[in-house]
Write a protein that binds this ligand. Structure first.
Ligand SMILES: NC(=O)c1ccc[n+]([C@@H]2O[C@H](COP(=O)([O-])OP(=O)(O)OC[C@H]3O[C@@H](n4cnc5c(N)ncnc54)[C@H](O)[C@@H]3O)[C@@H](O)[C@H]2O)c1
Ligand SMILES: [Zn+2]
Length: 362
């Protein structure tokens, strides 16, 4: 049962990775807490709700359904959920359990952050992406018409419960999208994890329990370490954005509908690998190795009609731009990255163009 401590100035908590931990959920909800508001989506509740409801039997629990979807990850939904909590007698002693994918963990966490100026949240992520990324680290939020995740709060959970078994019901694309984020962790900080993706490709694709638990734990350990050292993304936390700077431009260019976040990150990692050859001394052979690995977990949807110039133009408006300069997280070798700014525009454009031609697509 691997469990990793996230130590932030606000408070410390554990992210526990354990098959069947869902059945032990009650152990992570303080006995003195009042009503337990489970924020979830109907699909997740239908698939896995019985286990959680069984675990919390005997507690005052209320299930609040959120419609799901990026277009509903909005303040209006947070307000509607808060009103439902009040109607059901929610107060300062209440607690939120966010039970779903990254949209639910972000929105449920945000709800907890602002309900009566803040009540605790227990995160129970159910997509691979949310397990290794969204639910750990305390970033919560919602979208604005102007852009994604532009409002939110840091609200560290009481605990994060990661049950690898729930990922068995994920559609293949969602599963693979999560794998790309774990590959990212290998590139930025864990060469051995990267190696596991190379040697265990088939077993990972089949979701073999032992290897799945191993890669989830490795990724959560990295996220926990990075967040513990740097909660608010001043410096170190930025390394988690490897593949995201260019990946975001692809998501935005296609209005967040053609690619899943993780798929856009796969594209971004391929572009960043190429850029690293020019701008960070990343060996050409390692670039080929990284791109080969990412592509072996593909394909991602078609890139038809995407123009490199248009992706490039979007870089400047990315939220991660600092004082007008784009910062790239680039590997110098597999397992080691650095943050580099002031990269020549032609090199960036060339890397995007290269990724458009070298990504395995459907
Ligand atoms: N806070 C952070 O640090 C952070 C980091 C990364 C991503 N995010 C956010 O996460 C969101 C994306 O999360 P996501 O990729 O999990 O998408 P998602 O929450 O939309 O989930 C994907 C789909 O899978 C369904 N689902 C969830 N669990 C399932 C299961 N076990 N079996 C079958 N279906 C299941 C969901 O209902 C949904 O339809 C984005 O909004 C992004 O901004 C946040
Ligand atoms: Zn991501």
């Amino acid at each position: 049962m691997p469990s990793f401590r996230v130590a932030t100035p606000a408070h410390g908590y554990d992210a526990t990775i354990e098959r069947g931990v869902l059945r032990r959920a009650a152990e992570f909800v303080p006995p003195r807490a009042g009503t337990v508001f489970v924020v979830t989506t109907e699909d997740v509740w239908r698939l896995h709700g019985a286990k959680l409801a069984g675990a919390l039997a005997g507690r005052a629990i209320r299930v609040l359904y959120f419609p799901g979807g990026e277009d509903r990850k909005r303040m209006a939904e947070v307000e509607a959920l808060a009103d439902q909590m009040i109607a059901a007698g929610g107060d300062r002693t209440s607690i939120v359990v966010a039970f779903g994918g990254g949209i639910v963990t972000d929105l449920g966490g945000f709800l907890a952050a602002i309900f009566m100026r803040g009540i605790p949240v227990v995160q129970i992520p159910t997509t691979l992406l949310a397990q290794v990324d969204a639910a750990v680290g305390g970033k919560t939020g919602a979208n604005l018409v102007s852009g994604k995740n532009l409002i939110g709060a840091f609200h560290q959970p009481l605990a994060v419960l990661i049950d690898p078994d729930v990922t068995a019901t994920l559609p293949d694309r969602e599963y693979r999208a999560g794998l790309y984020e774990i590959i990212k962790c290998g590139v930025i900080r864990d060469r051995a994890l990267f190696g596991v993706f190379e040697t265990e490709r088939d077993r990972i694709a089949e979701r073999a329990h032992d290897v799945l638990e191993h890669i989830i734990a490795a990724a959560v350990r990295i996220k926990a370490e990075v967040v513990s050292e740097d909660e608010r993304e001043s410096d170190l936390r930025r390394i988690l954005n490897f593949g995201h700077t260019i990946g975001h431009t692809l998501e935005a260019e296609t209005s967040y509908v053609r690619f899943l976040h993780g798929e856009a990150v796969a594209f971004g990692m391929i572009a960043a690998a190429k850029l690293a050859v020019t701008a960070a001394g990343f060996p050409e052979a390692e670039c080929a190795r990284l791109c080969g690995l990412v592509n072996s977990y593909g394909p991602i949807p078609s890139l038809d009609g995407i123009r490199s110039q248009r992706l490039f133009a979007r870089l400047a408006s990315d939220k991660k731009t600092l004082k007008g300069k784009v910062h790239f997280v680039l590997p110098t070798e597999i397992g080691v990255v650095k943050v580099i700014s002031g990269v020549a525009e032609e090199a960036v454009l060339e890397a995007i163009e290269w990724a458009l031609n070298n990504c395995a697509t459907a």
